[in-house]
Design a protein around this ligand. Structure first.
Ligand code: URA
Length: 190
């Protein structure tokens, strides 16, 4: 584990722990405020993210930004966004469990450096690995689960909302629940 961000990023950019390194353009480490109290974790980079080296910069990212802004959250100000895997799985397939296993120490290191109060898991892959294996994201999104003193909330993945826009209201409601929780337990997000 690295105890400062610069060293962490330097080493992470060199990672060759799994085969995803072979086809990547960029390692997508994460973006946002390193001192944020709220950490969002998605699945893995897609094509745009791989090309730009930043998470959630495609259509799903645009929707995510809109929902964030509606509750005064901004990736450039008061949150941090990362993914379960930092290199793009080919053809946007789900990351394999062994790829997630190879990558998880990087994420652990980020959590250690940030010490977030709330972690939002975007989609099933992140929620199942970080909250509980048998998570039912359609039923349990918007709920809080406590783990090691950190509140964890599963949310619908923005790409899933794009595929089924009827789910927008319930997805948005989770952001309102999140805002209430931030007001309750965070001291420098708002
Ligand atoms: N989907 C994700 O899960 N992460 C990204 O960075 C982009 C799309």
């Amino acid at each position: 584990m690295y105890d400062n961000w610069d060293k962490f990023e330097e080493e992470c950019l060199l990672c060759r722990k799994c085969e995803l390194c072979n086809e990547r353009t960029n390692v997508v480490i994460g973006t946002g405020n390193r001192n944020a109290e709220v950490l969002f974790i998605g699945e893995g980079p897609g094509e745009n993210e791989d090309l730009q080296g930043k998470p959630f910069v495609g259509r799903a990212g645009q929707l995510l930004d809109k929902m964030l802004l509606a509750v005064d959250l901004d990736r450039n100000k008061n949150i941090y966004i990362a993914n379960m895997v930092k290199c793009r799985p080919p053809k946007n397939r789900d990351p394999k469990p062994e790829e997630v296993a190879c990558c998880i120490d990087w994420l652990r290191n980020q959590v250690l450096l940030m010490k977030p109060k709330i972690i939002v898991c975007l989609g099933r892959i992140a929620a199942a690995r970080l909250i509980k294996e048998d998570i039912k994201i359609t039923k349990e999104h918007g709920m809080f689960f406590e783990k090691n003193g950190v509140l964890m909330m599963p949310m619908l993945h923005p790409a899933a909302i794009l595929r089924d826009p009827r789910r927008k209201p319930e997805a948005f409601n989770d952001f309102l629940i999140l805002r209430d929780k931030i007001n309750e337990i965070c001291d420098h997000t708002y």
